[in-house]
Design a protein around this ligand. Structure first.
Ligand SMILES: [Zn+2]
Length: 185
């Protein structure tokens, strides 16, 4: 579902990428799903967005293969929530870069209006979108937290893809998975 004229056949890969990742509401929807907030009503509440706007973005991100639906039990009734695919998880550096750029170049309207990208493993704030500038480790959703000061008192461990692409399966034995990534908001 294109939100503007279709750029999916552009010769430039940046243009084709922006066809998916260049929509502000779509990026904020991805932000919510990375925060573990993948249920329609909860996303709508957080974004203060009209149903029609949210429905379009969820459909566009699902059609583009960044999100997928997963059933959950809502008090005896089965409903659908949105979770990341491997392609959606791969967009993390793009979102990180937007946050880091905004923190560097845009004024914040209040002391609470800040968001930091944190490397969970070392616990420190990074100023690069894909590498921890404190310890040098590559950032993945599994080892990254976001700290939105207006949102929570502590960093929130990010959600990861519900289904991993072949070859992206995590090595067994990692003991850093302590958060409940499915419901934290
Ligand atoms: Zn680090």
């Amino acid at each position: 579902m294109a939100l503007r004229s279709d750029w999916s056949q552009r010769t430039c890969s940046m243009a084709r990428g922006l066809d998916i990742l260049g929509d502000a509401w779509g990026m904020l929807v991805l932000r919510e799903v990375f925060f573990g907030n993948g249920r329609f009503d909860a996303i709508r509440e957080r974004l203060r967005v009209a149903d029609s706007v949210l429905t379009k973005r969820l459909a566009a991100l699902t059609d583009a293969g960044l999100l997928t639906r997963r059933p959950y039990d809502d008090g005896g009734r089965t409903r659908q929530e949105y979770v990341l695919t491997a392609a959606g998880e791969d967009a993390l550096p793009v979102l990180n870069a937007v946050v880091i750029w905004a923190e560097k170049h845009l004024p914040a309207p209040s002391d609470q209006a800040h968001m930091y990208v944190i490397h969970s493993t070392c616990g420190r704030r990074t100023s690069s979108a894909d590498t921890c500038t404190q310890c040098g480790e590559r950032l993945t959703a599994e080892n990254t937290s976001w700290h939105s000061l207006a949102r929570t008192g502590a960093p929130v461990q990010l959600a990861t893809a519900a289904t991993k692409a072949a070859g992206a399966i995590k090595a067994a034995g990692d003991t850093n998975a302590t958060e409940d990534k499915g419901t934290a908001a």
